[in-house]
Design a protein around this ligand. Structure first.
Ligand SMILES: *[C@@H]1O[C@H](CO)[C@@H](O)[C@H](O)[C@H]1NC(C)=O
Ligand SMILES: *[C@@H]1O[C@H](CO)[C@@H](O)[C@H](O)[C@H]1NC(C)=O
Ligand SMILES: *[C@@H]1O[C@H](CO)[C@@H](O)[C@H](O)[C@H]1NC(C)=O
Length: 356
């Protein structure tokens, strides 16, 4: 009957629409999942710290560069919300420590700086810690076959502890991109070595543009309080690392330039490394220029073009930076990494790892 036919058609159409909707919605659900899991910027977010299964005791054998911090109370919990992670510098607790950390600077006298005479518990892990580039890490050969884990600014270390990092979430409201700058470029340098790559670039660059130089080398040291405001007077800062080493990006980028609100001109690892670590579009890489005359011309051109200059600050709308300066924060990070680390591992040849 016609009526029934119409009804049946209607029902069939409804079923068809329903199915189409179902297919569409599962497709969008799938897209959603892809969107969430394949979002390339997602890795920039802070990983949720895994809660360790048990209390961990981290013994710092000697304070880096002899400067100690207070460790009383539960510092990892109080300061960084990291649970069950206890820091100590009491070497008498050696036999019960889960992890013992050795900072390289304090090992320079050699094996005698290590507690090799003590009974080392089988499950205890020794960590080799250094935030310095290879040129500053001498005497590594005797340290072979001693350490279980490495901790450094290198991304392939067991524990990666950068000087700073880029995280998602803008702070543009509180940021004024281009206040008036009274000078073009500044540089703070304490240990100038004529043979360093950065020294050659500086000497050549200053033939074309004026560079305000501060620091011990120039007899114009800046106090901690004056450092960032002084740098902020210029449009650019020379974030020149003292050596060009894999992944080595120090506070010269994070604090001196980015925290000061100045565009960094970088010399260090490759552009690709800076792209992976620094905020997007935030820096000028020396290696992108044929010579220092071109670099100087580019800096002058950008400084004179407010819009071009402000482009370097666009990242403030989408990203923030976080710097790490407190050794306790770095040490507490061991507990965050701990559950994911290789249980049994030995650095048989630390020297070649450092230079790899
Ligand atoms: C872990 O540490 C907390 C705080 O010191 C303590 O109360 C608790 O008993 C410890 N747990 C174990 C299993 O040792
Ligand atoms: C920059 O300086 C000029 C001249 O001193 C002034 O007129 C202008 O308002 C200043 N701009 C900003 C953003 O401070
Ligand atoms: C740590 O390294 C030492 C020294 O090589 C080694 O004897 C020990 O088995 C290692 N420990 C673990 C848990 O891998």
């Amino acid at each position: 009957m016609p009526f029934d036919l119409k009804h049946a058609r209607l029902a069939a159409m409804k079923r068809y629409r329903c199915r189409a909707l179902l297919v569409l919605s599962s497709l969008s659900a799938l897209l959603c999942i892809f969107y969430i899991f394949l979002d390339p910027t997602l890795y920039l977010q802070d990983p949720q710290p895994a809660v360790p299964q048990r209390n961990l005791s981290i013994l710092l054998w000697r304070w880096p560069f002899g400067r100690s911090y207070r460790l009383d109370g539960d510092k990892c919990l109080e300061m960084y919300n990291i649970h069950r992670c206890f820091l100590t510098d009491h070497t008498s607790t050696f036999s019960t420590a889960d992890v013992v950390v050795f900072h390289h600077q304090e090992l320079k006298e050699g094996l005698s700086a290590l507690p090799l005479h003590l009974d080392r518990p089988a499950s205890q892990h020794w960590v080799w810690l250094s935030m310095e580039p290879p040129v500053n890490n001498a005497n590594l050969t005797p340290l072979s076959g001693i350490f279980n884990w490495t901790m450094s600014y290198r991304r392939d270390a067991d524990m990666y502890i950068p000087y700073g990092k880029t995280v998602l979430g803008g702070d543009a409201q509180s940021f004024q991109a281009a206040p008036n700058r009274s000078c073009l470029v500044s540089w703070v340098v304490s240990r100038f070595r004529p043979q360093q790559a950065r020294a050659a670039v500086y000497r050549s660059l200053k033939k074309y543009i004026p560079i305000q130089v501060y620091g011990k080398w120039n007899n114009k040291p800046l106090s901690d309080k004056k450092l960032l405001p002084t740098i902020a007077k210029c449009a650019f800062y020379l974030s020149f690392e003292n050596s060009e080493a894999k992944d080595y990006i120090s506070e010269k980028l994070w604090r001196n330039a980015l925290q000061a609100g100045v565009v960094p001109v970088v010399l260090g690892p490759s552009r690709a490394t800076y792209e992976a670590m620094a905020p997007p579009g935030s820096f000028i890489h020396v290696a992108d220029f044929k010579n220092t005359a071109d670099l100087a011309a580019y800096l002058k051109q950008v400084a004179a073009d407010r819009q071009a200059y402000e482009e370097f600050f666009q990242w403030h709308h989408t990203h923030r930076i976080k710097t790490f300066t407190d050794w306790r924060e770095r040490l507490c990070q061991i507990c965050v990494h701990f559950p994911g680390l290789a249980a049994s591992r030995v650095y048989q040849d630390l020297e070649s790892w450092v230079h790899s």
